[in-house]
Design a protein around this ligand. Structure first.
Ligand code: OOG
Ligand code: NI
Length: 471
């Protein structure tokens, strides 16, 4: 490739931004209630920022304010290894790589999943769009004949357009896509995620698969992996949850994840429940059936936790669940959650000093103005000392990933009812990666590296300052 044509390629961040906005537009058309949710979240974010000038200032500093409005994730479910690995290639064109492994079988959902997302600091800041992607585990269907039938149905479909496949291959060969090709690619990729109200199977087949698990019917009976929700980021999920019914939304009973805190950690999520939609089954010209799959979700993101912090989170959450159910049948869930999580430190100072959460360290204005000798000494001193002296500051690194227990709660509430299937829980990460055709990134390692990079940059800036002043 000559450098001139390479220069004409559209950056992957830009393709991702175009794709995520096209997806959002398509979903708003398909599911008007999602548009209402977006408006609600925008209102609440604006009010929160007005009420919390400190939050506003911090988000401005970190560059996060600019991405707040485009902040979202989506989710899809596929049926075969071939579909999953082609999706990996499709998302790679948009700078999205598989991060994390989520075993949902523990929660009675016969899938395992990863999230395709940008990984570098700059790419995340440019546009953080992620797609939670689940692969159906046919091996968890007990009925052998039904399992074979599902596999045969899946083997017959092709979820990608010819042109999308050609553009993926072309981008891989050439190292990118031109402006016109990128637009074409976005349009073609979108086709894969579109809703199809016509099922590829007859009503009896749908019913049989549905009976095995609603999710199996959702994956197997349609032409493609329709996007099943999109998720804007809210700065106050409790306010958004409370405001949903007034805007006509049937909100999920509980907010998933940690309780409300002064220092938000990880991820809190809630959704409006999936809508019942009309579908037509193959060979059935007269009657129309229905299918429930698509919903809208909101998320509030907090600081990413270290392995130690995550272990504490998992332990406390398990404790809350051991005390009773997490569903609508448990009106005391919120208070149990709040009570147990009192054991999780709730100032950024404590979270950082106890090595529970990740931070991005930057020089303060004072730090950047240090004279040569002082800069040299500062470069060698430890971070706590620099922070105590006001020479450096620690900004929370936002958690960009998902939580398996929360994801299970989101799945469950949108599968209708309190359906609980028992599967022998066994994570199958290696099998998943073989199907994907790649290893998934270890999400915690990514945060560790981001924190370390910020420390290296801070020290190197101080050293440069020391050297320059001497010269
Ligand atoms: C995915 C549910 C998981 C989340 O935000 O945790 C998810 C699905 O229902 O396909 O999106
Ligand atoms: Ni989601």
């Amino acid at each position: 490739m000559s450098s001139t044509s390479a220069n004409a390629f559209v950056p992957s961040d830009e393709i991702r931004a175009r794709f995520s906005s096209a997806m959002s537009e398509m979903y708003r058309d398909e599911v008007p209630q999602y548009g209402t949710l977006i408006e609600l979240v925008a209102d609440i974010n604006q009010r929160t920022l007005q009420a919390e000038p400190e939050l506003l200032a911090r988000m401005q500093r970190s560059g996060e304010l600019a991405r707040l409005g485009v902040e979202r994730h989506g989710a899809i479910r596929v049926g075969t290894a071939a579909e999953l690995s082609m999706l990996r290639r499709l998302f790679a064109i948009m700078g999205m790589e598989p991060v994390g492994y989520y075993d949902l079988s523990v929660a009675g959902v016969p899938v395992h999943s990863t999230a395709f997302r940008p990984v570098s600091d700059a790419a995340l800041l440019a546009n953080p769009f992620r797609v939670f992607t689940s692969l159906l585990r046919l091996d968890l269907i007990a009925d052998e004949a039904l399992r074979a039938q599902a596999a045969a149905i899946l083997a017959r479909r092709n979820i990608f357009t010819e042109r999308a496949l050609a553009l993926i291959a072309q981008s891989e060969a050439n190292g990118g896509l031109t402006d016109a090709e990128a637009d074409e690619f976005v349009g073609e990729a979108l086709e894969t995620f579109r809703w199809h109200s016509e099922s590829t199977v007859d009503g009896a087949t749908y019913d049989a698969l549905h009976k095995a698990h609603r999710l199996i019917a959702d994956v197997v009976c349609f032409k493609g992996p329709h996007i099943n929700h999109l998720t804007p980021r809210t700065l106050d999920i409790d306010a958004a949850q409370a405001a949903m019914p007034a805007r006509g939304m049937d909100a999920k009973d509980v907010v998933e994840g940690p309780p409300r805190r002064a220092c938000p950690i990880l991820l809190r999520q809630t959704s409006f429940k999936a809508l019942k939609e009309t579908v037509r089954f193959a060979g059935d010209a007269t009657g129309a059936g229905s299918h429930t799959a698509r919903f809208g979700e909101i998320e509030q993101r907090g600081v990413a936790l270290t392995r130690k912090g995550r272990a504490l989170y998992d332990q406390l959450l398990a404790q809350v669940r051991d005390m009773g159910s997490a569903g609508s049948a448990a009106p005391d869930y919120g208070s149990r959650l709040a009570q147990v999580f009192e054991a999780f430190p709730d100032t950024h100072e404590q979270l950082r000093r106890q090595d529970l959460a990740f931070y991005r360290f930057t020089l303060s204005d004072e730090g950047a103005a240090l004279a040569a000798g002082e800069a040299a000494a500062a470069a060698a001193s430890d971070l706590d000392a620099l922070i105590a002296r006001g020479l450096a500051q620690a900004e929370p690194i936002v958690y960009e990933d998902f939580l398996p227990v929360s994801a299970a709660g989101i799945f469950q509430s949108n599968l209708g009812g309190e359906e609980q299937k028992q599967y022998a829980a066994h994570a199958a990460q290696q099998a998943f990666e073989a199907d994907l055709g790649a290893r998934v990134h270890d999400e915690i390692a990514l945060y560790e590296q981001a924190q370390q990079r910020s420390i290296d940059q801070l020290r190197s800036a101080l050293r440069t300052q020391a050297a320059q002043a001497v010269a």
